[in-house]
Design a protein around this ligand. Structure first.
Ligand code: SF4
Length: 356
C-alpha cells in the first residue's frame, strides 16, 4: 500500500506537514501475495495464538497501518491487554501503564496512537503535550477512572487535611491534577513507602489499596472503586483449578479481590506477571487478569501452558485494527486537555517517575 502518490513530491515543511495531517484515501485491504510477504514477520510471531482463518482479514490492515505510521510519523503504544493482532502486528511499544507512560516521554514521533483506554491516552498527552495524541475509540473508558471525580478528592482532602493523596494512574487528568503523587500497580508499595508518612489517602481501587496495605506498615485510607474485570474473579474458581492440577501456578493482578490474591503463588503488575512467567520457563500457569495478556505472553513463552479463567475488558476491546486504520487515515480522535490541568496533572506523574 503506497500512500506517497497522494502527495506532491516535495520536502518543504508545509508539504511535510500536509502529508502528516491531511485525510488519506482508504487502501484496498486485499490479502495479496505482496501483503502476505510484507506481514510474514508479524504472522510468525502470532501464529500460535491467531487462527489462520483470521489472518487474511488481519494482514491487509496490519500492512496498511504500518505504512501509515511512516507517512504520519506516528508510533503506536499498546497496552498488554490489547489483542495479539494489535500487540504483535502494529505496536511499536508495548507494556503496562507505567512502561507506556515512561515511553511516552521518550518517543520522537509527532503522533502517538494510544491502543489502550482513555486515561492512558491522557497520560501520554500530559507527558508529551506538544504531540498529537490519538485514540482509536474515544469510548474506551475504565471502571476505575469513572469511579472518582476531582470533587470527590477535594472532599477527601477536606476530611483528612495534610494526608498525602496517592492516586492510581487509572484516573482522569482532572483527578490526577488534585493528587500529590501517582502510582501504578508496579510501583504502588514502593511509592507509598517513599513518602515517609504513617498514613495516605490511596485512590480509587479498593483492592489495590488492600494489597498495598498488606505489604506495608503505612495506614491506607481507601476509596470504593474497582476494576470491573478483576473483581469478577473468585477464590473458589482458583481453588477449583488447583484441585484439578496441584502443580499449577496461579499468578494474579493486585486489582483482584483479597480471596483471589490469597490463592495466588505470585501477585504483581502485568509487567511483573510477564517477567515471572518467562523466568518460570515451563509449566501450567493460571494467569488471573484480562484474557488477551495470556495470549500475548503465550506467543513468546511456548513452553508455558496457560489456563485462562477468561474475563475480557470491554473497554480495551473497543480498540480494533479497522479503528486504528481510520484513526491514522483521518487523524481522529485527538485527545485534548486544558493546559492548566496538564500542568497540574504532570506534577504527581513526574513525582512518581522520580522515585527510583
Ligand atoms: S481491565 Fe479494569 S482497570 Fe484495566 S482498563 Fe479495563 S476496567 Fe480499567
Amino acid at each position: 500500500m503506497d500512500f506517497s502518490s497522494t502527495f506532491e513530491a516535495s520536502t518543504s515543511l508545509p508539504a511535510v506537514a500536509a502529508r502528516r495531517y491531511a485525510a488519506l484515501p482508504r487502501p484496498s485491504l486485499q490479502f495479496t501475495e505482496e501483503v502476505a510477504a510484507k506481514t510474514a514477520p508479524q504472522w510468525e510471531k502470532m501464529k500460535s495464538v491467531v487462527p489462520s482463518v483470521e489472518w487474511p482479514f488481519f494482514a491487509p490492515y496490519i500492512a496498511a497501518i504500518n505504512d501509515l505510521k511512516v507517512v504520519r510519523n506516528a508510533v503506536i503504544l499498546a497496552h498488554n491487554y490489547q489483542t495479539p493482532e494489535i500487540f504483535h502486528g502494529v505496536a511499536d511499544i508495548v507494556g503496562d501503564s507505567l512502561q507506556l507512560a515512561l515511553e511516552a516521554t521518550r518517543v520522537k514521533a509527532d503522533v502517538i496512537v494510544q491502543c489502550g483506554v482513555h486515561f492512558m491516552a491522557e497520560t501520554s498527552k500530559i507527558l508529551s503535550p506538544s504531540k498529537t495524541v490519538l485514540i482509536p475509540d474515544m469510548r474506551a473508558g475504565c471502571s476505575l477512572a469513572t469511579s472518582i471525580t476531582a470533587q470527590d478528592i477535594r472532599a477527601m482532602k477536606a476530611m483528612y487535611p495534610g494526608v498525602p493523596v496517592v492516586t492510581y494512574v487509572n484516573t482522569t487528568a482532572e483527578v490526577k491534577a488534585e493528587s500529590d503523587i501517582c502510582v501504578t500497580s508496579s510501583n504502588a508499595v514502593k511509592i507509598v513507602e517513599s513518602l515517609g508518612v504513617d498514613r495516605v489517602i490511596f485512590l480509587p481501587d479498593q483492592y489495590l489499596a488492600k494489597w498495598v496495605a498488606s505489604q506495608s506498615k503505612v495506614k491506607i485510607i481507601a476509596w470504593k472503586g474497582a476494576c470491573e474485570v478483576h473483581e469478577r474473579f473468585t477464590g473458589a474458581e482458583l481453588r477449583a483449578f488447583r484441585d484439578a492440577d496441584p502443580s499449577v501456578k496461579i499468578i494474579a493482578h493486585p486489582e483482584c479481590p483479597p480471596d483471589v490474591i490469597a490463592e495466588a503463588d505470585f501477585t504483581g503488575s502485568t509487567a511483573a506477571m510477564i517477567d515471572w512467567t518467562k523466568k518460570l520457563g515451563r509449566g501450567r500457569v493460571v494467569m488471573v487478569t484480562e484474557c488477551s495478556m495470556a495470549d500475548n505472553v503465550a506467543a513468546e513463552a511456548p513452553d508455558i501452558e496457560f489456563v485462562r479463567p477468561c474475563n475480557l475488558c470491554p473497554h480495551m476491546k473497543r480498540i480494533t485494527l479497522p479503528k486504528i486504520l481510520d484513526c491514522l487515515l483521518e487523524m481522529k480522535h485527538e485527545v485534548e486537555i486544558d493546559p492548566v490541568i496538564i500542568e497540574r496533572a504532570r506534577l504527581p506523574i513526574d513525582r512518581m517517575i522520580a522515585v527510583k
